[in-house]
Design a protein around this ligand. Structure first.
Ligand code: GDP
Length: 295
């Protein structure tokens, strides 16, 4: 069983005499444990290194507070730094002319289609928006059908399926339908692949150019761990994302992917997928994810 960082640091500091200030030696010993804890939580190595350097700069020489032990103090510094680096969550940006296009991108199996329907339902119920969903996935025969079923479950309209259209044509038809029929938001669920490939990126970029989305949300599986960096870097460099939806945070993942993706892209984590159910979507709270990463 994984031992949380709190327990590990407690052990180290129990051995140390209480001093007036945290010495470099105390901090170095603690940071070795922090490094292991972050790697175990699947934070990417370059992000771990950057994090540890920041904490060290902050911690060395800090006066030990009377009310807490040095171990607790280091944990507080680590926690505060994590919260800061994770950044605040953010609302879905709907500041554009209606129908506002929202582009959903990510690898196959990341939870993209489910998240599309979850967000549509949320916009419908919480913000009273009239939402149209369209699947641009012409590779997986069942993909467009899957979104249609989710639309029926949630009471959100889906664009009628027309066989033989390419993703850009479907996206254009979705926006035109949205305009003609008075929709507030059009959600475009793009195709995924099992791994990043140039063709996927080119396809998504073509849809982006044709629709000028107000949001391009990268959907990523919290369980992907170290791979999160490759996925986030590629989508951000080649398509340009505006935010992240992290799914399967209900599973065993410690949430390190959140820190990696945020650091590498600088883009906010907007929502968390917390289950298979269609309403299992939550706003992002950095302190909760920080607690989970630290264990
Ligand atoms: P896509 O290929 O990216 O469109 O992925 P799907 O939306 O089809 O999701 C793949 C699987 O992951 C489905 O079985 C979903 O029910 C499941 N899934 C999606 N989001 C979550 C989540 O937040 N938590 C859990 N536990 N399962 C999820």
């Amino acid at each position: 069983m994984f031992e949380g960082l709190t327990g590990r640091l407690g052990d180290i500091f129990d051995k140390l005499r209480r001093r007036g200030a945290l010495t470099e030696e105390d901090v170095s010993a603690a940071l070795r444990e922090v490094r292991v804890a972050l790697l175990e939580a699947d934070v990417a190595l370059p992000v771990v290194k950057q994090f540890v350097t920041q904490v060290k700069e902050r911690a060395v020489g800090q006066e030990v507070l009377k009310s807490i032990t040095p171990g607790q103090q280091v944990i507080k510094i680590v926690h505060d730094n994590l919260v800061e680096m994770l950044g605040e969550g953010a609302d879905i940006n709907l500041n554009a002319a209606a129908p506002v296009p929202i582009l959903m991108v990510g690898l196959q199996g990341s939870g993209k289609t489910t998240s599309t329907a979850k967000i549509a339902l949320r916009l419908k119920t919480k913000e009273r928006k009239k939402v149209l969903m369209a699947s641009l996935d012409v590779r997986r025969p069942a993909a467009q059908e899957q979104l249609k079923v989710l639309g029926e479950q949630t009471g959100v309209a889906t664009l009628p399926i027309v066989a033989g259209q390419d993703p850009v044509a479907i996206a254009r038809r979705a926006i035109e339908t949205g305009r003609r029929e008075g929709y507030d938001v059009v959600m475009l669920d793009t195709a995924g692949r099992l791994a990043i490939d140039e063709e996927l990126m080119a396809e998504v970029a073509a849809v982006r150019d044709a629709t000028k989305p107000a949001e391009t949300l990268l959907v990523a599986d919290a369980m992907t761990g170290q791979d999160a960096v490759t996925v986030a870097t590629n989508f951000n460099d080649k398509v340009g994302i505006t935010g992240i939806v992290l799914t399967r945070i209900d599973g065993d993942a410690r949430g390190g992917a959140a820190l990696s993706m945020r650091q590498i892209t600088g883009k906010p984590i907007k929502l968390l997928g917390v289950g298979e159910k269609i309403d299992a979507l939550e706003p992002f709270h950095p302190d909760r994810v920080a607690g989970r990463i630290l264990g």
